[in-house]
Design a binder for this molecule. Structure first.
Ligand code: SF4
Length: 494
């Protein structure tokens, strides 16, 4: 029998019956960094759910590779015992479909026992795919012979303010999905059958399109879409824009950006990417130099690293609130006269106040404060909201901010940027020695957040903390140095 997990069913449905059984391992490896970080954060929400739904009196069904039968037997024993208690990660299977129910609560009524399922998500609202997810769970639950009273989804309330002391009462809000799930129940066996057909049949022929990235990015993206791995030099995905239109071009047989006839492109940015890619040489317009020359000295290059954990860790903060934990500033007093300042506190205490005060001092009173995209502006505004007594000084800094992203987008494009003006895409084209891929430790923002959370965990050994400190400082400094190099590149242009 084909064993189908809930997620496999869902992914095959997103693809309209297309399921690939051969997994391209190198492809998966590329994604492991961010997936690990996401799991670590999501996992914490699960811990809080256990705490809120009676963890002390409940049972958690552990499951690891090879222990499926044990997990199912344990679930069965707990569900049929005389003293029923909350069960976490109850493991049930029907017709080859395996589900793990996040929270299963017994409901006793007149001597009869039924169950209430609560699916826990780290999102801040119910999404359509969650309802499908719950329908599959309810179907397996009922078909396994267990009565069901209701099924709901518990998600994060983003207005929750953590009072401290481990009190997370109110972090999760429940929405009853029973009615919607009951409406979908008759469709579930059809989905299962379709998924099974797709899994056991030949590779289905389905057009690529929007479903490849929404609601989730499909793990087979680089398999179905033209990519560098299959020898396409400038895969069509680099034209940017909606996947729907790009998908139509792929289905028309165009693989490389240069394959698409210009007459079929209407969007201005796509036309520019197309033209520069066909020319095969970067485009650097005179406005870049004019922009660089217009900036006075001293110039300050600012970058923050932040965290936004779904489960707040400091009193007074909200779920997913963006909290700065580190900054780097390069200070250019005159051409070739560069200094560097930085802030990082790994004590585990809320660093925001000290961080803000140190930054106000480092940025002095005059001179443009350069950033890349408006992220830094939002962080500074957030700090001003947190510390009203510093708001004046922070607003003065905000007035000096200059975003390097718009002029970069307006005046520069290199075919290797593949439709992206992110600093990570731009940098290797202007300073090959500074490619983020060359950094030993942290290479992206989500890794920096996860590393910070690991470093402030009291269980993290001192040696590991030392490595994280070094990696975080290197990464953040790299970000501001990248801006220095970019502006220098503009200044040096003819
Ligand atoms: S990349 Fe798109 S077409 Fe390919 S399997 Fe995924 S959803 Fe289906």
């Amino acid at each position: 029998m084909t064993r189908l997990s809930k997620s496999r069913i869902m992914s095959s449905l997103q693809c309209h019956k297309r399921v690939h059984l051969e997994i391209n391992q190198p492809y998966l490896a590329r994604y492991s960094r961010s997936t690990e970080a996401a799991f670590a954060l999501g996992h914490e929400v699960g811990d809080i759910a256990v705490q809120l739904y009676g963890g002390d009196s409940g049972s958690f069904i552990a499951y690891s590779r090879g222990s499926l039968k044990r997990a199912m037997n344990q679930t069965q024993e707990l569900m049929t015992s005389l003293f029923r208690t909350p069960i976490f990660e109850a493991t049930l299977q029907h017709d080859g479909v395996l589900v793990r129910e996040d929270v299963l609560l017994p409901v006793e009524d007149d001597g009869h026992v039924s169950w209430r399922i609560v699916e826990v998500k780290a999102s801040t609202k119910v999404k359509p795919e969650h309802v499908h997810d719950c329908a599959v769970q309810a179907w397996v639950h009922l078909e396994s012979g267990h009565p069901l009273t209701s099924i709901s989804l518990a998600h994060i309330d983003n207005q929750f303010v953590y009072p401290g002391g481990g009190d997370y009462d109110g972090l999760l809000v429940e929405e009853d999905l029973t009615e919607q799930v009951l409406d979908l129940l008759p469709a579930v066996p059809v989905w299962v059958e379709e998924a099974r057909d797709a899994a056991s049949g030949p590779l289905p022929k389905v057009p690529v399109g929007q479903q490849c990235t929404s609601p989730y990015e499909c793990p087979f993206l680089h398999f179905c879409w033209p990519s560098k791995e299959d020898g396409t030099e400038y895969p069509i995905i680099g034209l940017g824009g909606g996947r729907k239109k790009l998908g139509v071009w792929v289905m028309d047989g165009y693989r490389d950006i240069r394959d698409v006839p210009a007459a079929e492109i209407t969007a201005e940015t796509q036309l520019r990417i197309h033209r520069v890619t066909i020319d095969g040489a970067p485009e650097l317009l005179p406005g870049a130099r004019d922009f660089a020359d217009s900036l006075a000295y001293p110039r300050f290059y600012l970058d923050f690293e932040t965290i936004g954990p779904p489960v707040p860790i400091w009193p007074g903060t909200r779920p997913y609130q963006v909290l700065p934990i580190q900054w780097s500033v390069h200070i250019e007093r005159a051409p070739d006269d560069m200094e560097h300042a930085e802030f990082l506190d790994l004590s585990g205490e809320p660093p925001m106040r000290d961080l803000a005060e140190a930054m106000i001092e480092a940025l002095e009173n005059d001179g443009p404060v350069l950033m890349y995209t408006s992220y830094e502006r939002n962080v500074i505004r957030g700090l001003a909201g947190m510390f009203p007594d510093l708001a004046g000084a922070l607003q003065a800094i905000e007035a000096r901010l200059v975003d390097l992203h718009p002029p970069t987008k307006a005046y520069y494009y290199h075919p290797d940027m593949m439709g992206s003006w992110s600093i990570k895409a731009v940098l290797p084209t202007i300073a090959a020695d500074m490619d983020y891929a060359g950094l030993d430790g942290i290479q992206e923002g989500t890794e920096a957040s996860a590393a910070y959370l690991e470093a402030i965990d009291p269980k993290t050994p001192a040696e590991r903390k030392k490595v994280i400190r070094r990696d975080l400082l290197t990464y953040c400094k790299h970000d501001t140095e990248a801006m220095v190099r970019l502006l220098r590149f503009f200044s040096d242009s003819a």
